[in-house]
Write a protein of this length. Structure first.
Length: 256
């Protein structure tokens, strides 16, 4: 159970130990309220920004679709549409990050193999266009958690492997169970990375080296937040020939 849900709750005489325990619990309460306020602000601000962005996109798309834009202005409007799309992706990523950091409110049976298979299908066109040779080994990996958030883990890791890769490079996607832990592992070729530089890739708005214009630098930060909210661990290691291997381990779902 996360620390934010735990308190000492000491009982007994009001002595120095009880006072120290109460002080510690009060400090955790203040920290919890502060973190929750930050998450709520991010979520609310993101929601508020979506409406004007949608209106802007519509205002740009309609005249283009109706052929009412002079040829010399079309490049400017298309550039504005691309900027609008990047901002919408940023907002969506911020919402997912805020949701992942706030923890899971409901938990349902999920198989990471299914989430990985859906990610492969969702990114099939992008993978093919980049010339990435993708190999999958999807064994059952039953867990309990938020299906939408865990699906986002698979999508973000595979998208990272495709976008931060060499043209015509390789990627592997695997799921399964080792001991009492289910795992999802993605490895890809790509630029050579120093192991000491990898932790920074999981910080918000940090982009790895890849094709320009892809992502907003939140993909791995979102994966880390969701993994931790599901009581899981995430490890990332550089590959000797270039690229990275990222592995998410979650508690295996108990058999019923």
């Amino acid at each position: 159970m996360p620390w934010r849900d735990e308190r000492l709750g000491l009982t007994g005489p009001h002595d120095e130990v009880r006072e120290l325990g109460d002080t510690f619990d009060a400090m955790l309460d203040r920290l919890d309220r502060s973190f929750e306020a930050q998450r709520q602000f991010t979520a609310h601000a993101s929601h508020e920004l979506r409406t004007p962005l949608t209106l802007q996109r519509t205002a740009l798309e309609i005249p283009l679709a109706q052929g009412r834009v002079p040829d010399d202005l079309k490049p400017a409007l298309r550039s504005a549409l691309e900027a609008n799309a990047r901002t919408e992706r940023l907002i969506a990523s911020l919402l997912t990050l805020a949701r992942g950091e706030s923890g899971t409110r409901t938990r349902h049976p999920v198989d990471l193999a299914d989430a990985a298979g859906d990610a492969v299908r969702d990114l099939a066109d992008e993978t093919r266009a980049a010339g990435i040779r993708l190999t999958t080994t999807l064994a059952p990996a039953p867990v309990t958690g938020d299906p939408a958030l865990l699906a986002q883990v698979a999508v973000n890791l595979l998208a990272n492997a495709v976008r931060h890769n060499h043209p015509g490079g390789t990627a592997t996607l695997a799921t399964g169970v080792v001991g009492g832990r289910a795992f999802l592992k993605v490895a890809n070729s790509g630029p050579v990375l120093e192991q000491r530089d990898i932790p920074a890739l999981f910080e918000p708005f940090r982009r790895g080296r890849g094709r320009p214009g892809n992502g907003v630098g939140l993909g791995l930060a979102v994966v880390r937040a969701i993994t931790h909210s599901h009581d899981g661990t995430i490890t990332a290691t550089s590959r000797p020939g270039g690229g990275i291997t990222v592995r998410v381990d979650l508690p295996r779902r108990a058999e019923t």
